[in-house]
Design a protein around this ligand. Structure first.
Ligand code: GDP
Ligand code: MG
Length: 437
């Protein structure tokens, strides 16, 4: 958010064609906000210099400045020839070792990655619990993997090496596409941790070593990553807790500083809160221009086209019922947070900020509807018109609501269904646009 704002401000400083003073003002503004966002000063210096040169070469102006900024940002985020997002080994299974300090988000990120690979890439994923330092760690991974319905290999009494060996044998035999290995961390780097990781690495022979870095720790995350890279090796970085703002600027310099590409960004505690880090898409989003490609990929994975068609037809006929509503909520959940969706729509990044951390699923309204639906019979869910006063009283009592609340929600639901029917008909798009005016 802050970076997008500061880019907009900087661009706004350039008003007149061919004015070096304006350019200086713009780059000063840019420098200030990049430093404030905890981008490393060397990275800032390089970036500013390159943007200045680029702009001057093409004649000073708003568009030239924007183009230069876009190009140079993409450049510092890109490591030539390095993989972007997730890449699969030529021979399955692709083995990924997750490493990092304790509390950085390894276990959560392991779950998010498994979810991403299963839902978006349609892969068969196996997770191995090789953090045997703390009993709670295995329990945490059990909960996560059962929630997302991904297989787990765990044994509290085995050594990390043995469990990894067992897991890999299972993956070979049962033809898994990807194996994710969650490992132990420490609060700080020490010999024991590095030795254990080195042993696990030897057994695992990983295709990828993903270092999970906590974005909230800013430049410390970079320094620790450099040490892990020296001692164990890193093929990619996942920046977690990116939702915790302030030090987000660390993402800009990270790839260049560590010498390993940033591959994913985690921005929330829930399983869909993981984004592939693809430099030109991220830059587009940073410049407030949206990221339609990522949005389309997410939507394609979450929404079954057959179901979507069936739903549209139901809406057109005015038959949208409570079961459909619950189905739609489930699909929305797979898309991730409302805020991140808005950021991907061109021109909507401003709105994303206003929405903040709105949690649609847990909003008071949705909770009320869910409580009501759970007190309905199957027939009532299929046909909202059945609900007479007696039924409403029963539902209200069952859901712990009063009858006024039930009436209000029902009315809203019927209005929404009516509106959806209207908008899905001929000229619906035009009506929608009129409504937004
Ligand atoms: P590990 O010790 O490296 O395995 O770290 P965990 O995966 O257990 O995560 C530590 C804490 O950070 C947990 O409370 C997670 O819910 C939280 N966490 C992890 N990733 C994110 C993220 O992207 N955003 C937020 N807000 N919290 C996160
Ligand atoms: Mg853990």
């Amino acid at each position: 958010d802050t970076l997008t704002d500061s880019f907009k401000n900087a661009i706004g400083k350039i008003r007149f064609h061919d004015d070096e003073k304006a350019l200086k003002k713009a780059t000063d503004e840019l420098k200030k906000s990049l430093l404030k966002a905890d981008v490393h000063h060397k990275v800032v210096k390089e970036l500013i210099k390159a943007v200045e040169l680029d702009t001057k070469k093409n004649g000073i102006g708003k568009e030239q400045f924007m183009a230069a900024l876009q190009k140079e940002l993409t450049d510092i985020l890109t490591i030539e020839g390095a993989p972007k997002g997730f890449t699969f080994a030529s021979k399955p299974p692709t083995v990924v070792l997750m490493i990092g300090l304790q509390g950085s988000g390894k276990t959560t990120t392991t779950g998010k990655l498994a979810y991403f690979l299963k839902e978006q890439k349609k892969k068969k994923v196996l997770v191995i619990a090789a953090d045997l330092q703390r009993l709670a760690a295995v329990e945490q991974l059990k909960q996560i993997t059962s929630q997302i319905e991904v297989d787990l290999v765990a044994d509290e009494n085995a050594s990390p090496e043995t469990i990894v060996k067992q897991g890999l044998e299972k993956a070979q035999k049962e033809l898994y596409d990807v194996v994710l290995i969650d490992t132990a961390g420490r609060l700080a780097i020490d010999e024991e941790l590095m030795d254990e990781l080195a042993r696990v690495k030897e057994v695992a022979e990983p295709d990828e070593l993903f270092y999970v870095a906590d974005a909230m720790t800013g430049q410390d995350a970079v320094r620790t990553a450099q040490t892990f890279k020296e001692k164990i090796g890193i093929t990619g970085v996942v920046l977690s807790k990116f939702d915790g703002d302030s030090k987000g600027g660390v993402a800009l310099g990270l790839s260049e500083q560590v010498g390993a590409p940033l591959r994913f960004i985690g921005a929330g505690e829930k399983m869909p809160d993981l984004e592939q880090f693809i430099p030109d898409r991220i830059v587009s989003r940073l410049m407030g221009a949206g990221d339609v490609e990522s949005l389309a990929e997410k939507a394609a994975a979450a929404i079954d086209p057959k179901e979507a068609k069936k739903m549209t037809q139901k809406i057109k006929k005015g038959q949208f019922n409570f079961n459909d509503f619950l189905d739609q909520m489930e699909q929305m959940k797979k898309l991730g947070s409302m805020k991140s969706i808005m950021g991907m729509i061109p021109g909507m990044s401003g709105m994303a900020k206003q929405i903040g951390d709105l949690d649609l699923e847990n909003s008071a309204e949705i909770k009320m509807i869910k409580a009501m639906v759970s007190s309905m019979t199957a027939k009532e869910r299929e046909n909202p018109d059945l609900l007479d006063n007696m039924r409403k009283r029963r539902i209200a009592a069952g859901a712990g609501l009063d009858q006024m609340q039930v009436n209000r929600v029902l009315k809203q639901f019927k209005n929404a269904a009516k509106m959806a029917k209207k908008l899905s008909g001929k000229g619906g798009m035009k009506q929608m646009q009129d409504l937004m005016k």
